[in-house]
Design a protein around this ligand. Structure first.
Ligand code: SF4
Ligand code: SF4
Length: 280
């Protein structure tokens, strides 16, 4: 069984290694943000990868290593698809897991859930993801979050000019590419692996469309929410959390139509709020 480390954040400090997955060129220089301020040339091998590329991610099946599932801090932020997959796979909803396996925090103007560093229900609270088994293996491997599935790859959203310079037509139509965070996996041997296989994501094309849309939503909603004051901002954050995470997903139905319906609902609900605030 192969496990992947989540992508941590530079603010985590010593012992909390790594970077989050969603890195945006426009946010360079902003510091302690989810859309991380990092030097792509410094953390990556300088290449932009697509799903049908071979990427040097091989790690010999992890071979007893569980490094990336320890000292996770608050860095494994969940997206709505992660929440859906957890609900399908382990039959637990947001409400079942909050303050046990997940917690919420303010990230870039919105309230988002992340995996806790340990399971509050367990007496033996060693550092480590709450889903890390005693044998050092992921107990939810088939349903692990997207950051875990990618690790040590990450998503990067370059600006169009950067994409053009890197590969022109090759990246045509892409909102994001994948980068290799070259120092993050201590067990990496560099054996080339087809990235599509490595990502281990059902219907990857549909997931990528969702990931791009979700990234755009987080960016725009976060910016707008930060312009609101006091109660309005808090209400909007809680509303977004409620719609995309707290309200359970129908496990017998496909995720993407459910996401699209929620996205539409949020757009329609928030438009008049922002208009009233003169923020649309
Ligand atoms: S750090 Fe690398 S080798 Fe170690 S468990 Fe994570 S992915 Fe596997
Ligand atoms: S969910 Fe699984 S792969 Fe991800 S950090 Fe936890 S134990 Fe590791």
């Amino acid at each position: 069984m192969r496990r992947r480390r989540r992508l941590g954040s530079p603010k985590d400090g010593p012992g909390k290694r790594g970077y989050r997955a969603d890195l945006s060129a426009e946010n360079r220089g902003e510091g302690d943000r989810m859309l991380r301020d990092v030097d792509i040339e410094e953390i990556s091998d300088g290449k932009f990868y697509l799903p049908d590329d071979m990427a040097p991610t091989g790690c010999g099946g992890c071979a007893g290593c569980s490094e990336c599932c320890r000292n996770t801090g608050d860095s494994i932020i969940l997206d709505p698809y992660d929440m859906y997959r957890l609900t399908v796979g382990i039959h637990r909803t947001f409400t079942d897991m909050i303050e046990k396996q997940i917690e919420i925090r303010l990230v870039d103007g919105l309230i988002l859930p992340n995996l806790m560093e340990h399971d509050e229900t367990q007496e033996d609270k060693e550092d480590g993801c709450p889903f890390l088994g005693g044998d050092g293996r992921c107990t939810i491997h088939a349903f692990r979050p997207s950051f875990c599935r990618m690790f040590p790859m990450g998503r990067y959203y370059p600006d169009p000019e950067e994409l053009r310079q890197k590969g022109g037509q090759r990246f045509s139509g892409r909102t994001f590419v994948y980068i290799l965070q070259k120092e993050e996996c201590p067990g990496r041997t560099g054996t080339p692996v087809l990235l599509r296989d490595w990502l281990d994501t059902p219907d990857l094309d549909a997931y990528e469309k969702f990931a791009a849309d979700w990234h755009d939503f987080l960016r725009t909603a976060g910016q707008k929410t930060e312009l609101l004051t006091g109660q309005s901002a808090d209400q909007m954050r809680r509303y977004i959390l409620q719609v995309f995470y707290v309200q359970p997903y129908q496990t017998g139905q496909d995720f993407y139509p459910q996401y699209a319906a929620r996205r539409k609902k949020v757009r329609e609900t928030l438009a008049p709020v922002l208009q009233a605030q003169g923020r649309n």
